[in-house]
Design a protein around this ligand. Sequence first.
Ligand code: SF4
Length: 464
Amino acid sequence: MSQLMRPSFDQRLIDRYGGEGPRYTSYPTAVHFTPDFGAEDYIQALAESNRLPIPADLSLYVHVPFCANPCFYCGCNRVITRSVTAGDRFLASLEKEIALIAPRIDSDRRVRQLHLGGGTPTFLNHDQLSYLTEMLRRNFSFASDAEMGLEIDPRTIDPQGIRLLREAGYNRISIGVQDLEGDVQQAVNRIHDTSMVAAVFGAARAVGFESISLDLIYGLPLQTTAGFARTIDTVIGLRPDRLSLFNYAHLPHLFKAQQRINEEQLPTPKTKLAIFRNALTRLLDAGYEFIGMDHFALPGDSLVKAHQNGSMVRNFQGYSTHGGLDLVALGPSAISQVGDSFAQNERKLDDWAIALEEGRLPVARGLTRTTDDRLRAEIIERIMCTGRLVYRDLERLFELKFRRYFAEELARLEPLAEDGLIEWTEGGFEVTPAGLLFLRAIAKHFDAYLNPASDQGGRFSRIV
Ligand code: SF4
């Protein structure tokens, strides 16, 4: 029995509302960060965060930028190399970054969450990962029950490595699977057989990882409805706690790696939708709950509970149970959020390392939110996470008359209400099952930075 609403699938609505839109892992989105925001602004934000009556606890993120092989669908910031010493040099620079940041954060602020992303965190060998973890533990105060997670490429780790990660304190992993069909893997240059994934998964279960998440991508070259159904069924058989089903965004003008994708092999929009619909149905029928956008979880998972009790949040890692934390992000291109300030590091590994070599924080751009930004961020997060808006709540928080302040936005939502994506309530609106697949399409009406005339030109991924 589903605990959360099941999304319904309507081709007519997809044609109308499935176009491009930001993923809203932040508001304003990162494309609006500016170089006017620099290291001094970030330092000031950190200082102010310490001065709050109750300073926020911390979420740490480390971007490990290396991969041994390029996946052709990749849209991430990464460096392709097989050099072990590249990892050592990275850790030496990271140590410098930590030395600049950690003393600026009061030591009684606990780390509640750590996430290693990339790139490929498991590009680092076990000694390097241990060194990294110990370095973080030495410089920050970890809560005894901190969530410690990392992304795993099953090609780069064996069951013994999984056991060592658990012993180092990691309790959550996310395994990149994408697709298990051999021809699709060849077409995207990411080859690992099912037994490799199953071995890593089984080892993680055996050593007691609290949460295992698997990532899949639909819309890749040579994918078919039947082939992807086999992948989904195999994955369902493993029973991960969480599943992400990402929509491949083919944006070769933005991501060079994607220029190696043979466009003739991409599924047609019709096939892609059929793949998605089939996967969605299989996951829901197998008992997975739809969290939002591309996320699914088993009933009883902390994300489902957070969704039910309204505490789920959205941040740079997608949907999360951890709200109210300051995010301190380390490594090239990593984005921190401290209070109302976003600070993004230099994207290029060399630029990031040079800044640290010179004793500078490697902040390249960022932004401090205005009151209007904070208000809209709150609205967008509520739509994305709870699917409902109660105007009175926002009026209390921001001292405004909601209907007057957002008269234009509410007028723009009228057609969505007529199409059944939302339902007006006495003092707000709620997303319906028909609207669940279009949370971004609903939320974007409150995005003051979005220009409908210029933001449909391949800048964002498709909503469905
Ligand atoms: S998709 Fe992931 S593993 Fe593949 S190249 Fe990009 S960052 Fe590396």
